[in-house]
Design a protein around this ligand. Structure first.
Ligand code: B16
Ligand code: MG
Length: 217
């Protein structure tokens, strides 16, 4: 039986994945290559530092810690500039309705995101108060697929992991939910999110009826 819901941010609440992609691709281009869509899937849900390490590995590039820090800052500045104008209209279809519905039913809700920019993003979208708990990249030590982000959310909500539902768009996030022994809804491609308990094509398919079924069982 589901008693709490944990939302991923990028790709579930808002489509910031496209801005991450452009900012990372600009870094890759500096080294003379581009990130493929298959490679981009591997960056979803993954921390900033791990993303850079993957990109450098794909380009067979070795850098000092100082050079990496410069690139991390450069990427984040480009990303922050790109998301500056985010607002309520950028909330993905159906998400505001589900968040409001869960609030009306007193179901505790958490954000479980790898992003260090999670809180300012929720504030731009005007929905930070709809989350009882926010667990993000600033407080989590181990990146998804480690279950830490979702375990911290469950602990802070005082709900057992087996009663938590995770909504995630990334393979790493679904693996993290499974590692936490939580039920999951994958948003996106069935073949990529094969390990999710359920997969929906996009957030508009996240109906109140479907959530109600999970709350009942
Ligand atoms: P930042 P999520 C993740 O957010 C993104 O999917 C991932 O692409 C990004 O690298 C990561 O946040 C870190 O983001 O650079 O803002 O700290 O999907 O876990 O909400
Ligand atoms: Mg995501």
């Amino acid at each position: 039986m589901i008693k709490a819901v944990i939302f991923d941010l990028d790709g579930v609440v808002v489509d910031t994945a496209k801005f991450h992609f452009v900012a990372w691709n600009d870094i890759a281009k500096q080294f003379g290559f581009e990130i493929s869509s298959h490679q981009n899937e591997q960056l979803k849900g993954v921390s900033r530092i791990k993303s850079l390490d993957l990109i450098l590995e794909w380009g067979h590039i070795k850098l000092s810690q100082e050079q990496k820090t410069l690139l991390l800052n450069q990427k984040n500045e480009a990303y922050l500039a790109a998301i500056n104008l985010l607002n309520k209209t950028d909330i993905l279809p159906g998400i505001l309705e589900i968040l409001t519905y869960l609030k009306s039913k007193n179901i505790p809700v958490a954000l479980g995101s790898a992003s260090k920019n999670a809180l300012p993003i929720l504030q731009k979208l005007g929905i930070s108060t709809l989350f009882n708990v926010i667990v993000d990249g600033n407080i989590v030590q181990k990146a998804k697929p480690d279950p830490e982000v979702f375990m911290q959310a469950a602990n802070k909500l005082h709900v057992l992991p087996k009663h938590c539902l995770v909504i995630e768009d990334a393979k790493a996030g679904i693996d993290a939910a499974n590692n936490a022994k939580m039920t999951s809804i994958g948003i996106g491609n069935k073949e990529i999110l094969i390990n999710a308990s359920y997969v929906l094509e996009d957030t508009s398919k996240l109906s109140k009826k479907f959530i109600d079924e999970l709350l009942k069982n």
